[in-house]
Write a protein that binds this ligand. Structure first.
Ligand code: NDP
Length: 254
């Protein structure tokens, strides 16, 4: 058995219709996994399915708002109905609202926390029984450099991403007995819709990222394909509770 062979495994990727989620889905699909693309936008879902099918993968999509518990439960039920099992969950759906701390409304705080953190709590709990049923599973939570650093314009986002790492550790401890490994990935600055908006909103961001990243470039969604295959398959069976930066060295630059 190859350590990186995902044939026969089924992966749900929230936010899998674009950006980092789609980059991870490409990696998982190329390694042989069937993919369930999850997002709210039907057109983006359809385009992602079309692209992933070209890799030879068995792919379906679901329109889901992952902030809702009933929707998370239905997502898993429908995935099992369609593909027979679920082995991998990537909790990648996320968003940001950039303001000074004193400018956020309470609703904006909850929107960011619910989308980035509560959704991962709900989806992970929803998938737990299905993973137990097949003898184990892999949960990959997407954190951020804001899991370890702060920034003036990102209070709820940093809180959600710091929480993601701690929740990863708690899940890892709770579910190791069920052979479910739970790990976090901390992307550096990656060129996606999310950060294209950030570059418009935060003056000098583009140059600051280039200057601080030892690799000398912004990351791409496809830079996350490898870590998805590693954390999604047998190669990482004794790896749990970790938070692995995929950042071109951003987090170790002194
Ligand atoms: P994108 O904006 O490209 O992707 C966000 C994805 O999340 C979309 O596919 C979107 O799909 C989905 N999504 C958002 N809200 C919901 C919801 N309520 N229910 C279901 N799906 C939802 O951003 P990125 O690819 O950049 O971000 C992906 C993840 O990576 C996020 O968690 C982000 O915080 C994290 N990250 C990104 C970094 C970067 O530099 N880009 C750095 C560090 C972390 P739809 O619109 O169809 O709902």
């Amino acid at each position: 058995m190859s350590l990186f062979d995902l044939k026969g495994r089924v992966a749900i990727v929230t936010g899998g219709n674009g950006g980092i989620g789609l980059g991870m889905a490409r990696g998982l699909a190329a390694a042989g996994a069937a993919i369930v693309v999850v997002g709210r936008n039907e057109d983006k879902n359809k385009a992602a399915v079309k692209e992933l099918k070209k890799l030879g993968a068995d792919v379906s999509s679901q329109i889901v708002d992952v902030t809702k518990e009933s929707a998370a439960k239905k997502m898993v039920k429908d995935a099992v109905k369609k593909h027979g099992r679920v082995d991998i969950l990537v909790n990648n759906a996320g968003m940001n609202i950039r303001k000074q701390p004193e400018e956020y409304t309470e609703a904006e705080w909850h929107q960011v926390i619910d989308t980035n953190l509560t959704s991962a709590f709900l989806c992970s709990r929803a998938v737990y029984e299905a993973m137990k049923k097949v003898g184990g599973g892999k949960i990959i939570n997407i954190g951020s450099m804001m899991s370890i650093f702060g920034a003036s314009f990102t209070t709820p986002y940093a809180a959600s991403k710091g929480g993601m790492v701690q929740m990863t550790r708690a899940f890892a401890c709770a579910w190791a007995k069920d052979n479910i490994q739970v790990n976090a990935v901390l992307p550096g600055w990656i060129d996606t819709d999310l950060t294209r908006r950030a570059r418009q909103q935060v003056k000098g961001l583009h140059e600051r990222v280039l200057g601080r990243t030892p690799a000398g470039r912004w990351g791409t969604p496809d830079d996350h394909a490898g870590i998805a295959v590693f954390l999604g398959g047998p190669a990482s069976d004794f790896v749990t509770g970790t938070a692995i930066p995929v950042d071109g060295g951003y987090s170790v630059q002194g």
